[in-house]
Write a protein that binds this ligand. Structure first.
Ligand SMILES: NC(=O)c1ccc[n+]([C@@H]2O[C@H](COP(=O)([O-])OP(=O)(O)OC[C@H]3O[C@@H](n4cnc5c(N)ncnc54)[C@H](O)[C@@H]3O)[C@@H](O)[C@H]2O)c1
Length: 709
């Protein structure tokens, strides 16, 4: 018997339940229905003696269907299904491969025995989505491995290897070679050994792992790992329940608590970002008959910090890449940097020696532009200089094959002008990577007035093998991300001039949820980098003599950040910590005196609001001007590229969480205090507040208008 996604095969006394729901065997409604159909049939068949559950394709069940998240709760259905698997009166062997996450692992816990190929990875990542495992994970896992280890696993939310799963105690055996054959051997051995069902739900949590002190320690850990959030604490409660109740009661409790979690802002924010990332690749309004072209070979110009990282991205994707620079020395330096990158991956166990060699083999260096003749995509990453970039694009125009995408990694230059240097502006586009380019997931894809739909589609599609999260932007100074950074960092710098210490500002921002305070970020990126950009673009900025003067004061005093051991903070070689530095503070105070900035004290809330409000406000400029396609894209830029907390959903989502009117009124409050130069609500924000509509409603209106054009 079979449904489309679940079928049963027989091998003597063994039944194999085989699921096949590509691409990643998500436990969709159809899969659940399929499992629900086959279980009673297996139960009724007295000729069967053992069951094996496995999946075809790239992975065992990778997780529940997050698409159902916003619909009615499904936990009761999951619970009944998993319970009926567990209730079978013959051994149930779950055979796994791939990445077994969330609901995928929870169904495995409801089986009686678990085996996996050695490369399998397991995780319960729910707390990062603001919820707890809701299909039995909080109740069954502690029964198998103890409450303490279960909480370590649930709170870390990180994947573990099959070997670690064996050591933790929820995996029984590794299967070398063919999984299906190995699982059948394992099942037959169980029968030979007269092993019957071994139901997790009938076990009790080992009391020695579930003492009051342990739960207190885990609560402290949950607060530390997930500040401003509650899901981690709820997970502790749920595991505690497992230690004190039978399975049925514990499962009821888990259901109640997970459904409570789904209503919290932290969960709605994190789920919003999850979907926003999935959708950012899809660009509305491009003609359907235009196709992305396949990228078989790539070129990168400039073997510096960015160019080297970008070449690594291509090589990691298996795409051969030619790296060009102006001199043999620069190429050699670039190549050595790339080798260091790969070596550190090998040293950290992320890559084998053979992989490193294979990837290095895909990166060819050359001084000759003719070597780019076959490239389908060429990314320019030379110094940030308009004339130089135009010269490079003239050369590319001469050698690149027809239809090749010509991309620039510029952060601040007008890509329309770069495109003017070629005879094929439709092929020119921005690919704005973030540093380090081989690590940071964000890719801003910047279209000019004339970029073709084909070039956009090719780059959006290419971002997948490059393992980037692409967001489409239009040309403006700073594109989406850096443009929104401007006001955020302006206030942080102004506040230190007013007498707050760098640590006070950064701690306030980190407490609020930013991955790293912005002043520490500048130290990491190089304080001089920002100063150079501000010098080169001085005419763009408001006439405020204190503008970004904290950065300028430090650079004038030779403090460039981490690279020379001193910036906003002091650094010690071989230690990643930042230390307060009275010398830096004195430099900032002196500059404040010269600029006659009055000294005062600041509450944490003031620091947070003064930095975050301008960031949100700029988001409304970016959306209103059509620089971003949709608000959710802005959220993706800031959560994946700038350390904005995912649990706050990104800047635009967060603005709605606090209320557009509250944001608007907050900005007016600061305008009344500091004047209108930097404090004006964006026109779109004003419009939405006046009309009392949400961003989503406005976006629907815009889409409808476009539809009528
Ligand atoms: N560093 C960042 O964080 C970052 C982030 C995003 C974008 N960007 C942009 O990326 C680009 C490169 O930045 P970077 O930090 O890698 O700079 P970099 O100074 O590390 O590297 C620039 C490289 O370009 C090479 N180069 C200069 N002239 C050349 C020519 N005529 N032909 C070929 N190669 C030439 C240099 O030798 C050097 O290797 C800039 O446009 C920058 O704005 C930088």
């Amino acid at each position: 018997m079979s449904s489309k996604t679940v079928r049963v095969e027989r091998d003597g006394e063994l039944a194999l339940i085989v699921a096949h729901n590509p691409p990643v065997n998500t436990i969709t409604a159809e899969v659940r229905a399929g499992l629900g159909e086959v279980l009673p049939v297996i139960r009724a068949d007295r000729s069967l003696r053992a069951v094996i559950l496995l999946c075809e394709g790239s992975t065992f069940f990778s997780g529940a269907d997050i698409g159902e998240f916003s619909g009615p709760p499904r936990e009761t259905e999951y619970r009944a299904l998993f319970n009926s698997l567990e209730a079978l009166d013959m051994p149930v062997v779950v055979a796994m491969h791939g990445t077994v996450m969330g609901g995928g692992l929870e169904i495995a816990l409801a089986g009686h025995y678990r085996v996996a190929v050695p490369t399998t990875r397991f995780a319960l990542p729910e707390v990062t989505l603001g919820i707890i495992p809701g299909a039995g994970g909080t109740q069954r896992l502690p029964r198998l491995i103890g409450a303490d280890k279960a909480l370590d696993f649930i709170l870390s939310a990180k994947p573990v290897s099959a070997q670690q799963a064996i050591e933790l105690g929820f995996l029984d055996a590794l299967i070398d070679g063919d999984l299906r054959e190995g699982a059948m051997r394992y099942a037959r051995q169980l029968l030979a050994d007269h092993k019957g069902p071994r139901r997790t739900g009938e076990m009790v949590v080992d009391a020695s792992t579930a003492g009051a002190a342990m739960f207190e320690r885990q609560r402290a850990q949950a607060r530390k790992l997930y500040p401003n959030r509650t899901a981690g604490l709820v997970a502790v409660d749920a595991v505690r329940k497992a230690a004190s109740s039978g399975l049925a009661e514990g499962l009821e409790y888990e259901t109640a608590r997970v459904n409570e979690c789904k209503l919290t802002a932290e969960s709605r924010g994190a789920v919003h970002v999850f979907f926003a990332e999935r959708d950012s690749r899809r660009v509305p309004g491009l003609p359907d008959d235009v196709q992305a072209s396949e990228v078989r070979a790539a070129g990168v110009i400039g073997a510096g910090t960015m160019g080297g990282g970008i070449a690594v991205c291509f090589a990691n994707a298996g795409i051969p890449v030619t790296l060009i620079d102006a001199s043999a020395e620069s190429l050699e330096r670039g190549r050595a940097g790339i080798e260091r990158t790969y070596q550190s991956m090998v040293d950290r166990g992320r890559l084998t020696d053979a992989d490193r060699e294979q990837r290095l083999g895909l990166i060819r260096t050359s001084l000759d532009y003719q070597a780019l003749r076959d490239a389908d995509v060429i990314v320019e990453a030379v110094f940030e200089d308009q004339a130089l970039k135009q010269e490079i694009f003239r050369k590319l125009d001469a050698v690149a094959k027809p239809g090749a995408v010509l991309a620039t990694n510029t952060s601040t230059l007008d890509i329309n002008h770069i495109a003017d240097a070629t005879s094929r502006p439709a092929d020119v586009i921005g690919m704005h990577f973030f540093s380090p380019a081989n690590v940071m997931p964000l890719l801003e894809v910047v279209r000019t007035e004339r970029t073709s739909a084909a070039a956009i589609k090719t780059v959006m599609a290419l971002s997948k093998p490059l393992r980037k999260t692409p967001v489409l932007a239009r040309v403006c100074y700073g594109f989406i991300g850096n443009r929104m950074m401007e006001g955020y960092a302006r206030e942080a710098q102004r506040i230190v001039l007013e007498g707050a210490t760098p640590r006070q500002v950064d701690s306030a921002l980190e407490e609020w949820g930013m991955a790293m305070g912005i002043l520490a970020v500048f130290d990491m990126a190089g304080v001089d980098v920002g100063v150079n950009v501000h010098k080169a673009n001085a005419s763009r900025y408001p006439p405020d003599p204190t503008y970004y003067q904290a950065d300028f004061a430090l650079v004038d005093a030779g403090r460039l950040g981490q690279k020379n051991g001193k910036g906003y903070y002091r650094y010690v070689a071989g230690n990643r910590s930042r230390f307060d530095d009275p010398e830096a503070i004195e430099i900032l105070r002196r500059r404040a005196r010269e600029l006659e900035v009055p000294q005062r004290t600041h509450s944490t809330t003031e620091i947070q609001e003064r930095c975050v409000f301008p960031l949100l406000n700029e988001g409304f400029h970016v959306l209103g001007e059509g620089i971003a396609v949709r608000a959710a894209d802005i959220d993706v830029v800031w959560t994946s590229g700038y350390g904005f907390p995912r649990y706050r959903g990104g800047p635009m989502f967060y603005a709605e969480t606090i209320g557009l009117k509250a944001l608007h009124d907050g900005i007016i409050r600061y305008r009344d205090r500091f004047g209108p130069m930097h404090w004006q609500p964006a026109p779109l924000l004003v419009e939405l507040v006046e009309r009392g509509i949400s961003v989503a409603e406005w976006e629907r209106e815009q889409a409808a208008k476009r539809g009528h054009q």
